[in-house]
Design a protein around this ligand. Structure first.
Ligand SMILES: Nc1ncnc2c1ncn2[C@@H]1O[C@H](COP(=O)(O)OP(=O)(O)O)[C@@H](O)[C@H]1O
Ligand SMILES: Cc1ncsc1CCOP(=O)(O)O
Length: 187
């Protein structure tokens, strides 16, 4: 049984091998991950990071960012419950991350829902996220599948320089040139 597991792991190549190696590194290094995220899924995000072996910190006050963000290994910004108070903190943290070459992820939740939100998301994209992740459309009544967003995802990746990931029943990931189509989800 043990031998089979070892043989299975040794046979991994390409993206699965890379994914396994990154997950193993996350488990062994427990990186500190700063999250500025929405009130709805904040708890779920913290627990998901813990389950991956990382060390989450939900720190969103601008006053703390100059002291805290330099210690984080990566940053996640999700604009789900965006407010005028939080936006400057998001931008400041993104600037710290970009300037120091730390990976940071932008989740532009419902970017088109209002002018304020769209402008905020465009300003955050200007701060060079490493990854932009989103959905083709939002909510239980969403009308678009992730696969409908392939061309939009490629264009966004090309224009922004970010890796773009669109999740859903099928997850798509692109840098504008290569396209990964992942069907490993569970409804
Ligand atoms: N209908 C589905 N069938 C199979 N897997 C799914 C389905 N919907 C979601 N998933 C899985 O759950 C993950 C998160 O789903 P998603 O709806 O994109 O979440 P979020 O609300 O965080 O955007 C996807 O990446 C995929 O792995
Ligand atoms: C219902 C709702 N309203 C604002 S944010 C949010 C949830 C967003 O979910 P996720 O963090 O998975 O994008």
């Amino acid at each position: 049984m043990e031998e089979e597991k070892v043989r299975g792991k040794a046979e991994l190549t390409g993206w699965p091998a890379k994914a396994w190696s990154l997950l193993s590194a996350t488990r062994s290094e427990s990186p500190l991950i700063q999250c500025i995220t929405n009130f709805v899924s904040m708890d779920l995000m913290a627990n998901t990071l813990l389950s991956a072996g990382a060390s989450p910190a939900m720190i969103h006050t601008a006053d703390e960012i100059p002291d805290f963000t330099p210690h984080a290994r990566a940053l996640c910004i999700n604009v789900g419950t965006l407010s005028a108070d939080w936006l400057p903190a998001m931008k400041l943290a993104a600037q710290f991350a970009s300037q120091s070459g730390k990976p940071w992820v932008l989740d532009p939740v419902a970017a088109g829902a209002s002018g304020f939100r769209l402008k905020a998301c465009l300003e955050l994209v200007e701060l060079k996220p490493t990854v932009i992740r989103g959905n083709a459309s939002e909510g239980v009544d969403s009308s678009h599948e992730s696969t409908d967003a392939v061309e939009a995802a490629k264009s966004l990746a090309e224009a922004s320089g970010a890796i773009v990931a669109v999740s859903g029943a099928v997850d798509i990931v692109t840098d504008g040139r290569e396209l990964l189509v992942l069907t490993m989800g569970c409804p």
